[in-house]
Each structure stands twice: as C-alpha cells, then as structure tokens.
Design a protein around this ligand. Structure first.
Ligand code: RFL
Ligand code: PHB
Length: 394
C-alpha cells in the first residue's frame, strides 16, 4: 500500500515522539513508525533525570500535568568520596535551574497519549524498515505493517530509531565520520522496593568502583554499581549487590542505605559515540541514532529532545517561509551541544569510575579533581550548569 506524509519519523522514543508533537503544533503532518509494541515502549526502564530545558519545553507545550504530580524536583546532587558527602547546590549555582526525576517510560506514556489525542498516528510493531531515495526531494520508507508491505512517501525522514536503528546506515559509508570511545566498565542497574535513603542523587567514587543512588518513586529506588561490562548478571546474587552498594556508599558518619527486595537487575555497557554530519540529503538523524553518551551525566534523553527542537524549527521554517537555512545548519547547530555534552559525560565518567589499568598517579588525579569540584565555586558551577542543562541556544 502507498502512503504519504510530510515527515516520516522512524522510532517512537523521546526524540521521535517529541518531534511529531512539535510538528503537529505547527500544523505539519508526520507519521511515526515504531518496531516495538506500545506496551513495550511504555515499560522499558531507562533514564530518570530531566534537565531544566526539557522540563520547560514539556511545560510550554502542556505536557507537564503528570510530571508535576509524580516527578520530584531536586535542587542539588551529592558527590561522595572518602566516606564524606559533598553537596552541589545546582539551584543556587545556576540561578534557579534544577533537575526533575521523572522516569523515561512515564515521559513516553505522556508523549504517546498526547500524540494520539492530537489525532496523530503511531504505527507500532512495524518490521523490515528500509529507507530509499534519501538524497532526493522525495525520500521513501518501506516497511511491513500487519503483514502488508507499505511504502511511505515523505518530504523528509527523521531517523529517531536509537543507536541500533536502521536510519544511520542509509548514509553512505564514505560520508560517515564516526567518533567512538568504549569504557572498560559497565553499570549493573537495579530497581529496589524500598523507601528513599536520600533526598538527592548520590554519585560515589570509591576504590571498589563507582556507585549511584537514584530514585523512581517514594516506594521504588534505582541504583547502579560499576562492574565488568562482560559480566553475566547471573553471577550477581541480590546479597552480593547489596554488600557492594553498602561498601561503596559507606560514610564516616554511618549513613544507612535502606534496603528491600530487588525486583529488576541488568548490566549495561558504556560508550561514547558521535556521527558527523547528522544529516544526509533529506534524512536527519536525532537522539541516540546520532550520538551516545555514557549515563554518568544523565544527558542522553535531554540531548535527544534538544536535537528535535532544532529539527522541528528547521522543518517549520521550510514549510511556513520556504527557507532552508535552518535545515542546512541542522547538523552544525546540534553538534555544538552534542560535543559539549559528550565532554561533560566523559568528564563525569572519568572522574567517578575506577579504571582497571589505573595506577596511583591516576587515582590521585581523580581525587584532586573531586576535591577541586566540591571546594571551588567556579568548578562546582561548571558541573552544575552542565548537569542542570545549558540553555537551548547552546
Ligand atoms: P530511543 O529511546 O532508543 O528510541 C528509539 C526507538 O526507535 C525504535 N526503533 C525502531 N523503530 C522502527 N524501525 C526500526 N528499525 C527501529 N529500530 C529501533 C526503538 O524500538 C525505540 O523505541 O532513542 P531516542 O528517542 O533518541 O532517546 C534516547 C534516550 O532513550 C537515551 O538517550 C536515554 O535513555 C539515555 N539515558 C539517560 N538520559 C537522560 O537524559 N537522563 C538519564 O538519567 C539517563 N539515564 C539512560 C539512563 C540510558 C540508560 N540505558 C539503559 C542505556 C540510564 C540508563 C541505564
Ligand atoms: C537514573 O535514575 O536512572 C539515572 C540517574 C542519574 C544518572 C543516570 C541514570 O546519571
């Protein structure tokens, strides 16, 4: 069957869904194609931290109702090392910016509901997605939906299909400049049924490795410990995970981690990745399809949203005033923030993890950086403005 839309969007993650919402508000039709089911995308546990700009955008477009009720605004984070807690006051250091803890799958639920309410379509469970003619003014997406072969003709294609998606490979290999870094460690993430042990997130540097205490709700806590990225989660009993968390988080004043049943656990690898440019012909990449950051800076979702804000503006200008300069500048505009965020995420990761091959010198460097970050207002401000999120014009 042949179909037509102005903007074909591949992937119903934060990037694809937000793009469809922003375009629809400008009267521009789009169609979102998603390979998974609605239930699956609305239940996958991923990010937790929304930066100020993401919260402001959701508020501006009227998608803040559940986030206001169920999200938690945090004005600071804690850096913990040598058994001591050090608070970074994000709010004060950034003139009133903060982060909101609101899980990604709740964001997805809100976006899907809003999109369907607008009367927009999302096709779930599509398979065999392929792009063609992306260098022409009439690119196509071929896919199978409910056993039927479909062909979608578009003016533009937005590749919002994450790191493992198909869009990126439609850019000819010789046009792809890829920058990567893999880290010699991963994160073991858990969900624990327990009350919060802390009002704010705790990022811990410890000789046994990094640990992070985050939250999902007053009853459910999210925690991570640095581990071998090749390790099998089956090697980690709940008791071992708890012992490791307690050892790494221990303080000189005997702070206590409140514990309960672990209801989910998994290991994820960490990498940095950027493709340049983020566009080829009428194909525009956004979010994880174009770049990956290690999660230590809590930035991936926020960066995905920043990309599609630029893309929506550029596409809107094209339809409303027949101007292409924002489209032409899309990659350059986005990459400035992308590389700033890559650096921040790499910096947080490097400062807070134990590297398997590090020596005493390297450890002293990390210790000196941590000490400076929590003692100097200038250094703490730099962390705070990146963590709470730079303004959109960055
Ligand atoms: P997504 O979310 O991966 O969505 C892509 C969608 O595309 C679909 N798809 C396809 N659809 C059709 N055809 C195909 N061929 C397709 N291939 C794939 C997929 O099913 C999926 O639904 O990409 P997007 O929209 O760019 O969003 C990126 C964010 O999801 C990601 O950056 C964050 O989750 C990263 N992240 C964090 N980001 C933050 O901003 N704050 C955080 O606190 C934070 N914590 C995290 C994180 C990521 C984590 N993991 C699991 C890697 C914590 C963790 C543990
Ligand atoms: C999370 O709550 O999942 C989370 C929080 C902070 C991070 C990464 C993930 O840096």
């Amino acid at each position: 069957m042949d179909m037509r839309t102005r903007v074909g969007i591949i992937g119903a993650g934060p990037a694809g869904l937000m793009l469809s919402l922003l375009l629809s508000m400008e009267g521009i039709d789009s169609l979102v194609l998603e390979s998974r089911s609605r239930e699956e995308i609305e239940s996958t546990i991923r990010a937790g931290v929304l930066e100020q700009g993401t919260v402001d955008l959701m508020t501006d477009i009227g998608l803040d109702e559940r986030m206001q009720q169920e999200g938690a605004v945090h004005h600071g984070i804690e850096l913990r090392f040598d058994g001591e807690a050090h608070r970074i006051n994000l709010y004060e250091l950034t003139n009133g910016r903060a982060i909101t803890i609101y899980p990604q799958h709740e964001v997805i639920k809100d976006f899907v509901a809003a999109r369907l309410k607008q009367g927009g379509d999302i096709l779930f469970n599509v398979t065999d997605v392929q792009l063609s003619d992306v260098a022409s003014s009439q690119p196509h997406i071929h896919f199978v939906y409910e056993q039927e072969q479909m062909e979608l003709q578009c003016d533009f294609i937005a590749g919002c299909d994450g790191f493992h998606g198909v869009s990126r490979s439609s850019i000819p290999a010789e046009k792809q400049n890829v920058f990567t870094r893999s880290y010699p460690f991963g994160w073991l993430g858990i969900l624990m049924q327990a009350p919060p042990s802390t009002h704010e997130l705790i990022y811990t540097y410890h000789e046994r490795g990094f640990a992070l205490v985050s939250t999902r709700s007053p009853e459910l806590q999210r925690m991570y410990i640095q581990c071998d990225p090749q390790d099998d989660i089956a090697n980690w009993s709940d008791t071992m995970i708890l012992e490791e968390l307690q050892a790494r988080l221990a303080t000189t004043d005997n702070w206590k981690l409140l514990v309960g049943p672990i209801i989910q656990k998994s290991i994820l690898a960490m990498r940095s990745f950027v493709i340049e440019p983020m566009q080829y012909g009428r194909l525009f990449l956004a979010g994880d399809a174009a770049h990956i950051v290690p999660p230590t800076g809590a930035k991936g979702l926020n960066l995905a949203i920043a990309d599609v804000r630029h893309l929506a503006r550029a596409i809107t200008l094209f339809y409303q005033q027949n101007q292409t300069h924002l489209l032409e500048a899309y990659s350059t505009t986005c990459l400035r923030r992308v590389w700033r965020t890559e650096h921040f995420s790499w910096w947080m990761t490097s400062m807070l993890h134990r590297f398997p091959d590090d020596d005493a010198f390297q450890q002293r460097m990390q210790r000196a950086q941590l000490d400076y970050t929590v003692s100097s207002r200038a250094a703490a401000t730099s962390l705070a403005e990146n963590y709470a999120g730079l303004p959109f014009h960055w």
